[in-house]
Design a protein around this ligand. Structure first.
Ligand code: PGA
Length: 248
């Protein structure tokens, strides 16, 4: 079954103070939501426990990254198992900032996907093309290759633990959004690619991310293959984030 998900990616923003005020407001809004949106808050890992406490069960919590290994001498890393252990239902894997700033390859991302699945969390796998790749007409090709490589070891029931977020790199934090038609076209192509890989593509949840705001969310979420969003900047303002949740 396709779920409609709106996930807040706080990135490396926030403080205990912000968590308190933001989550306080968001919690009230989520409790009053009258649509089918499943809301996930993904703060920096240090704030997971306080966000969970503040949410008091009205939304799920996730982490922004997990390690490619299960445990051991990997200073600074957090495992999928640890995320699951503290009650995180979701882990973002392969965000373009991880790919670009931390040199994460598709091979590493595939390992992380495996770790998250083994730990029992839902993976939000991010894929997306750069501006140069889009201008060269390579968007679908790039995204399809990322899906093939990152999800190469996923099979059978494990597909139920995979959510994909299409995030064109040129649209992240730039104020430029893909048009709803362009985003829909890539989402449709992703479903075909996933289906070719043996995934139950029609039942999978595919999110769009990249400068989603209250004024463009409705049109994006109305596309037949866009099931929700991964929200960066706008998730740091309760009223904007809640307006986006309502747009489902
Ligand atoms: P943005 O970020 O909404 O600020 O563009 C989205 C993301 O990177 O997940």
């Amino acid at each position: 079954m396709r779920r409609r998900i709106v996930a807040a990616n706080w990135k490396m923003n926030g403080s205990q103070e912000l968590a308190k005020s933001l989550v306080g407001d968001v919690r009230k809004g989520i409790a009053a939501l009258d649509n089918e949106a499943e809301v996930v808050i993904i703060p920096p890992a240090l704030y997971v426990a306080s966000v969970q406490q503040l949410l008091d069960g009205v939304a799920q919590v996730g982490v922004q990254n997990i390690a490619a290994w299960e445990s051991g001498a990997y200073t600074g890393e957090i495992s999928g198992k640890m995320a699951a252990d503290v009650g995180c239902g979701y882990a973002v894997v392969g965000h373009s900032e991880r790919r670009q700033l931390f040199g994460e390859s598709d091979a590493v991302i595939a390992e992380k996907v495996g770790q998250g699945i083994a730990a029992g969390v839902q993976i939000i796998l991010c894929v997306g093309e750069t501006l140069t790749q889009r201008e060269a007409g390579l968007a679908v090709e790039v995204v399809s290759a990322q899906l093939r490589e990152a999800l190469k070891d996923v099979s059978g029931e494990q597909w139920k633990q995979v959510v994909v977020a299409y995030e064109p790199v040129w649209a992240i934090g730039t104020g430029k959004t893909a048009t709803s038609e362009d985003a829909q076209a890539v989402h449709q192509a992703m479903r075909s690619q996933l289906s070719e890989m043996g995934a139950p593509a029609q039942d999978m949840t595919l999110l769009y991310g990249g400068s989603v705001k209250p004024d463009n969310a409705k049109e994006l979420f109305a596309q037949p293959d866009i099931d929700g969003g991964l929200i960066g900047g706008a998730s740091l303002k309760a009223s904007d984030f809640l307006a986006i949740c309502k747009a489902i």
